[in-house]
Write a protein that binds this ligand. Sequence first.
Ligand code: ATP
Length: 571
Amino acid sequence: MAMLYSQLVEVYEKLSRHSSKIEKTHILADFLKELAKHGKKEWIYLLRGRVVSDYDTREIGISDKLAVKAIAFSFGIDEKEIFEEYKKVGDLGEIAEHFSTRKKQVSLLKQRLTIERVFNELRKLLEVEGSGSISLKIEIISSLLSSAEQKEAKYLVRTLLGDLRVGVGENILRDAIVEAFFKEDKSAAELVARAYELANDFAQVFEAAKRGKAELEKIEITPGRPVKVMLPVKVTSVAEAFKVCGKPAEIEHKYDGFRVVISKDSRGELKLFTRRLEDVTKQFPDVCKAVEKLVKGKSFILDSEVVGYDKKTKRYKPFEAISQRIKRKYEIKKLVEELPVEVNVFDVLYYNGKSVMKEPFKKRRALLEKIVKSKPLELKLAENIITADERVAERFYRDVLRAGEEGVIFKNLEAPYTPGRRVGNMVKLKPVVKDLDLVIVGAEFGSGKRAGWLTSYILACRHNDKFLEVGKVSSGLKEKEGEGTTYEEMTRLLKPLVKRSDGKFVEVAPKLVVSVTYQNIQKSPAYTSGFALRFPRITMYRPDRNTSDIATLDDIKQAYLAQFKRKKTTR
Ligand code: ATP
């Protein structure tokens, strides 16, 4: 029995009616049971508005403009009329739903949309490239839209835009897999979580869960695929760092670069991934060369921090300088020359056909020492000491700061590698700076010299799966090309994310993360978080960060309250 797209649409509708996590989990679990019986495992991606696994960062991401064209074409409506509606409603999905009733009457025997057809056609959209791709895309979309019922049209369009709005995060979907196949079994919940962390692929986890716990246990980390990296918790003193990591602990430099997972599969193919699971192999031919030359092994997965340095002085440059290298897809050779980088390797997760994640850190480090030949300014092991002495640790920390580094990372010598988690197997210690990572949710066009650019940005923090505004920033970016992100560049990045425009103001999909400093935080009814940053300034654009990494409402509250504490102690 073929599964109909309307069944999935029914699930989307129910999900958007219920905001409670428990309800959502039930709804999803029921659907997963059906899918296990009658569907294909990959269709699970559709629940989160995707058609590929999470380790595949390609997105359908049709632009608003193209969606409008396709809606117009499918239902025989003028594009202008759709844009007018869009200004009022702000959701092209609802607009498609509305106009789909105007569809020229087609034969009554018209085929109903199956999930299979929708999935396959959407997958095709990912692959269409090059000249003629726009008309081919419109053709694919229209063939779906003209077969769609009203509600189906709504969710098709939302999926195309990458904005499903039904609130299914990774956690809820994981819980639903547990509920569908293991009821309330706590040990299974842990297994599903672990399997997902290693696979980053819901289809694979769903299929394994369907077959039972033993299959879940078989899921292992795979070279060639990105990995969710282990993250540190924050501490404020050496004593606290030892408390979390135990004594003795390894202490390493905290390099101010960007995280790169280096992966070599059994065929010898090298791949580089960011913390957001993006493949950046093409941008870093120099890193690949250094890995080939200086790391021994048939296959491996290494964790590292890549830092830019000044060609002349050989001193490290701040993250902002190297960030261009992640973003740039052309003139790579020139950039390699201008912005050389050094790879600092600090962990190994997989070696010669076997996962070593469960080995204690001291063994993994020992393995690294054997397989990595350090060559400063190309690729080397992260500088470290192992000590139980707080005075030695303090001295190391001080020296590292004097050398211009950001801080230090303490690591528990006995701990396994825990992907994607901040569980205290490592901690970061650095001087307190007022700096928050926030996401841009809106922007405004500038005037005068800055006309044509989006120059002020509405910032938001995260609260569960909502984004709450905390202020507006217009300083910190550069007007001219050089070191650092320019307003022009930010405008280019924001434009494809625009959801709605209103005069000079645009609302954008929450995607771009920036680090922001500020003078202080005030309570404010003007923003949905209830707080406002005073005198904010963007210190850098963070292409390496996801919205899941940004400051939460709790972080803002804490930073707000900390201001009063500080005042008391300095008085
Ligand atoms: P904050 O969020 O407090 O502004 P941050 O953005 O640097 O600081 P995190 O991202 O949590 O905070 O810090 C951990 C990051 O530090 C890692 O993701 C990694 O990119 C980087 N790092 C630098 N050196 C090391 C090292 N030796 N071991 C592990 N991570 C390191």
